[in-house]
Every structure is written in C-alpha cells, then in structure tokens.
Design a protein around this ligand. Structure first.
Ligand SMILES: [Zn+2]
Length: 225
C-alpha cells in the first residue's frame, strides 16, 4: 500500500473520510480495513468489539447491553447507533473513521441514515464468491498456543511458536455456509441501498492483498471524485 499516495489523494482534497466496510465473512475486509486505517490514519471501529468491551468493562452502556443479551434479545439498532454516535464524536475520528460490523441489515442502514445522516462517505463492498469464501475460511487453521492463522492445510505446526494447528469451529464448512446464507439474505441488500445513494465502491475481493488494496484506493477516489 502506498501510504503517501493515499494520504495525498484523500488528505489533500477532503478534511475527512467516513468509510463503511461491507462484505461476506472471509472477504478480506478485516485485512484491508487494518491497512486502510494505517494509511489514512483514522481509527477502525468494530461495533462488535465495542459492545463486547463495554460488557467486559461493566460500563453503564455495557450493563444495558449485557441485560439485553442476557434476556436473549438482540441489541436494538438505536442503542448501537448511539454507541457509534458517541464513538465517532471523539477526537481521534476528526479525520474520519472506518466502520466495520454495522449496518448489517437494510433496517440498520436506514436507521443510520435517519439518525446520523452525514455519517457515511464511502461504502467499500468486497465482492467475493461463495466458493472463494468457503475455500478461504474452511481451509484455515489456527495455532492453539499463539492464535496465528494459516490460510491452508499445508502445515501442521505453527512457525511462530511450534504450537499445534487446529480448525476453529467458526471456520468449518457448515458454519461458514450458515454465516454466508445469513449474510446473503440480510446484509447483501445493503449493496443496492448504498449504490443508489452513489456511495458504493465495489471491489473485486479476489486476488493478492496488494492488488485488492490498490483497488480499494481507486474505488474510494472514484466515489469521492
Ligand atoms: Zn503459534
């Protein structure tokens, strides 16, 4: 990723850039989000991580969220949006942010537009076929000791710590297929939703990390142009 180039393209033209990452599990959006966060020098905000952290730290919000989850209910959209609103009002989001994990449904996308109408500039959509997702995730091994992730079955020992590698339950084919089905049904309609608003950067998510990073950079520039 050409750091100086990205900073020049976006930094010079705009005061800030507010990005949402969209794509199926295993689309590589986590990897690209982390690289983008570095090159644009804006925080990557994962709503899932924020909620889990609030519950663990037993903050006022965390207790509210914990109660909802303990009652077996989903965290309501307006609660998540108020969490996002608070988070993006902090100083480190002055130049923008990258939001991952929200919205996941059309209803959430509409609620976000309603409550925080100027909260999105670009939605980066990582288009990856189901076959590629299954091949990526279902072939993935994780180190029992240090958590290092290996993309395929070629090895059985971790090269970092020599620990055993195993297949996480999340990465097994049946689990991957179930998550994909949920994604296609509930989350994918957001692609058309943001395309209609002229905010969608559709990226071919198959290829090397560097190739995809290049496409992301071009995609953002096109939407902002
Ligand atoms: Zn290891």
């Amino acid at each position: 990723m050409k750091v100086s180039c990205a900073a020049g393209v976006y930094g010079g033209v705009r005061a800030s850039v507010k990005i949402i990452l969209l794509g199926p599990p295993g689309s590589g959006k986590g990897t690209q989000g982390a690289a983008l966060s570095k090159s644009l020098q804006v925080p990557e905000i994962s709503t899932g991580d924020m909620l889990r952290q609030a519950v663990a730290e037993k903050t006022a919000l965390g207790q509210q969220v914990g109660d909802v989850i303990n009652q077996g209910c989903l965290v309501p959209d307006d609660l998540i949006i108020s969490v996002i609103e608070e988070r993006i009002s902090r100083e480190d989001c002055e130049n923008g942010f990258i939001l991952d994990g929200f919205p996941r449904t059309i209803e959430q996308g509409e609620a976000l537009e309603r409550v925080l109408p100027d909260s999105v500039d670009v939605v980066i959509y990582f288009n990856v076929s189901s076959e590629a997702v299954v091949a990526r995730l279902a072939g993935r091994l994780t180190c029992r000791k240090c958590g290092a992730v290996y993309p395929n079955m070629d090895t059985s020992l971790c090269s970092v710590c020599r620990g055993d590698l195993y297949q996480r339950e999340d990465d097994m084919t049946s689990t991957v297929l179930r998550r994909l089905k949920l994604y296609r049904e509930h989350t994918e309609p957001l692609v058309a939703f943001y395309r209609d608003k002229g905010k969608l950067a559709e990226i071919d998510g198959e290829g090397s990390v560097e190739e995809i990073a290049q496409r992301v950079e071009e995609g953002i520039a096109q939407v902002l142009a």
